[in-house]
Design a protein around this ligand. Structure first.
Ligand code: FES
Length: 85
């Protein structure tokens, strides 16, 4: 699975760096280093009023914040990995 975190200027201002750190920690905690490739990307054209845009394989999610990060990770990363395996 490839997770691309938008680090374009709009998302950067809305906390991309925090989200990257949360993702790194979550990947480590769940021992998913071999399953997930984490990369930064420039604007993916889905700038949102709040939060950061993240692309998980072909799916784009917008509005990711520190507050909703855990829900995002459980729903769109952990569950998807389970399904794919
Ligand atoms: S800067 Fe992130 S979607 Fe545009």
């Amino acid at each position: 699975m490839v997770i691309q975190v938008c680090v374009g200027s709009s998302c950067h201002l809305k906390g991309s760096q925090d989200i990257v750190e949360l993702l790194q920690k979550a990947i480590e905690n769940h021992h998913l280093e071999n399953e997930i490739t984490l990369v930064g990307t420039l604007c993916i054209g889905r700038c949102n009023r709040i939060g950061v845009s993240i692309q998980v394989d072909d799916d784009v999610y917008v509005g990711i914040t520190k507050e909703n990060f855990n829900d995002f990770f459980t729903e769109n990363v952990l569950k998807k990995l389970e399904k794919d395996n």
